[in-house]
Design a binder for this molecule. Structure first.
Ligand code: GDP
Length: 519
């Protein structure tokens, strides 16, 4: 797996396989990982690993294979899948642990499904063979049903009998991992590219502040690099290996602890290195804004969830970067674009222009703002394309000016589209709160203005402060009858679904979101 590496073949280096251990609870994942960790040369020489970290590298001490292997030690396949859902491809090989005295269990099957969905080769560790009642043949038999056929039965999955307790079979397991890696994976990565990778776990350390365990997937991460990890950023103050030793640099497949971030990133966040601290900060800010806006938008108005981007575009400005094959065309294009008029409150701004291909620094710049990058008779360089794809930067190529104009005009009009405004429907004041079994609290209220309608959106206001915003009038009653609406001046019982924090004198406002008429 090359994670889309590029560049000169000679920059590519062999990298260790990255392995995740999965399996049913109590089948021995933790103990097996501990056994592996403690059996390797480097750990012994360094006096063992005392602290738990989410990923570490061991060096095997086998006859033919004195080679490193990286293990990801995160709890359960949920995190494996969570990372995958967030686009992080971390693992090359899954070791599926099955207890020989127990057999295939529900989480064994789940783990298997996750590994197969990720198209990752599986090595089966049949654990606890020291136990009475261990039946490793039965495990092989059971797993054939799930498409894992042992080599000795003519299949292509390696099964290894092990005991995490007696340490029997550990060398064979490590050998099987390396053989599987060599047989089915191309484990090389470009060590000269801009470093990037995945956050395995993040934590706040009392003494050192935010610490992230990251897996370098490409390039070489170095002390002093300006790094963005998720929405955290900072300068790499120190890189530590699993023994707490300081490293100057970390090559592909190397897990390291990064100290120096300003906040704690989340597992599965990708990280990248940029040229300057300033850019790192801009990218992180932008990502934070994106998250905040998404959250606000989903809290504020359900209706416009379809277009979270609308929230992003609150500043109603479209930023452009123009790159072209010569200064004449760049100027001509800019001039033509600036003549586009869509609406008074939407403006176009060219934040950068230049002659030549689209570079990585153009994309870095685009990342820090909401920007469309236009290439006129030029293309993006390899690393720039790759960064743009990964970060979702909009890069467009043109060779005809009017086409560029048409498209940018359409983009500007697109910014106009999903706009909704709130229309107030009614308000009611809470006079009494009833507790109704199985339904919850119902607000005995008097309608003060407009109409209260069943199923309309509602918010609760207490002493002028909005307490809850995305509520719905789920039940509405007059005396004992269900009704669809109650007018100004009348009393009614209002139920707000599972929302129960209703107090005397609260005001319930109802409203709807309407698409704003287009100018
Ligand atoms: P996990 O939930 O998969 O991480 O399982 P643990 O590593 O916590 O192991 C569960 C239990 O099985 C513990 O009591 C271990 O001591 C025990 N155990 C794990 N591996 C072996 C083994 O190879 N042999 C025996 N006899 N017990 C084991």
């Amino acid at each position: 797996l090359t994670f889309g590496d590029e560049g000169d073949e000679e920059d590519w280096v062999a990298r260790p396989p990255v392995v995740t251990v999965m399996g049913h609870v109590d089948h021995g994942k933790t103990k097996l990982l501990d056994a592996i960790r403690n059996s390797n040369v480097v750990a012994r020489e360094a006096g063992g690993i005392t602290q738990h970290i989410g990923a570490y590298q061991i060096v095997t001490e086998l006859e033919d294979y004195e080679r490193p292997i990286t293990f990801i030690d995160t709890p359960g396949h949920e995190s494996f899948t969570a990372m995958r859902a967030r686009g992080a491809k971390v693992t090359d090989i899954v070791v599926l642990v099955v207890a020989a005295d127990d057999g295939v269990m529900p989480q064994t099957v789940e783990a298997l499904n996750h590994a197969q969905a990720a198209e990752v080769p599986i090595v089966v560790a049949v654990n606890k063979i020291d136990k009475e009642g261990a039946n490793p043949a039965k495990i092989r038999q059971q797993l054939t049903e799930y498409g894992l056929v042992a080599e000795e039965y003519g299949g292509d999955t390696m099964f290894v009998d092990v005991s995490a307790t007696t340490r029997q079979g550990l060398d064979e397991l490590l050998t099987a991992i390396l053989l599987t890696a060599d047989a089915s994976l191309d484990l090389r990565a470009n060590a000269e590219q801009d470093p990037q990778g995945v956050v395995i776990e993040g934590k706040l350390d009392k003494g050192r502040g935010p610490v992230a365990t990251v897996l370098v997937q490409r390039g070489t991460l170095r002390q002093g690099d300006s790094i963005v990890a998720g929405d955290a950023y900072g300068r790499v103050r120190s890189l530590l290996d699993e023994h707490g030793n300081k490293l100057k640099e970390a090559l592909p497949a190397r897990p390291v602890q990064v100290v120096g971030l300003t906040s704690v990133p989340r597992a599965g966040d990708t990280f990248l290195v940029v040229e300057e601290d300033r850019v790192a900060r801009q990218i992180a800010d932008r990502r934070q804004a994106r998250i905040r806006n998404a959250q606000n938008a989903s809290m504020r108005k359900r209706i416009s969830l379809e277009d979270l981007d609308a929230a992003l575009k609150e500043n109603r400005q479209l930023n452009l970067i123009i790159k072209g094959d010569n200064s004449g065309t760049v100027e001509a294009l800019e001039e033509a674009l600036m003549k586009i008029e869509v609406s008074d409150d939407i403006s176009l701004r060219v934040i950068h222009r230049g002659v030549g291909g689209i570079t990585k620094s153009d994309i870095d710049l685009a990342l820090a703002d909401d920007v469309i990058v236009l290439g006129f008779n030029v293309r993006a360089e390899g690393q720039a394309t790759e960064l743009a794809n990964r970060e979702g930067v909009d890069v467009r190529y043109y060779s005809v000016i009017y086409q560029a104009i048409e498209e940018i005009e359409a983009a500007l009009k697109g910014m106009l589209k999903p706009e909704y405004e709130e229309v107030a429907l009614g308000s009611a004041e809470v006079r009494e709160v009833f507790r109704v079994p199985r339904i919850g609290n119902v607000a005995g209220s008097i309608v003060r203005s407009g109409v209260i309608t069943r199923n309309s959106k509602a918010r609760l206001v207490r002493d002028g402060v909005v307490v809850a915003d995305n509520l719905t009038v789920e039940s509405l009653r007059r005396f004992k009858d269900d009704v669809t609406e109650v007018r100004d001046g009348y009393e009614c019982g209002i139920g707000l679904g599972s929302f129960n924090d209703i107090k005397l004198e609260d005001v319930i406002e109802t409203f709807e979101m309407r698409e704003k008429p287009r100018a």
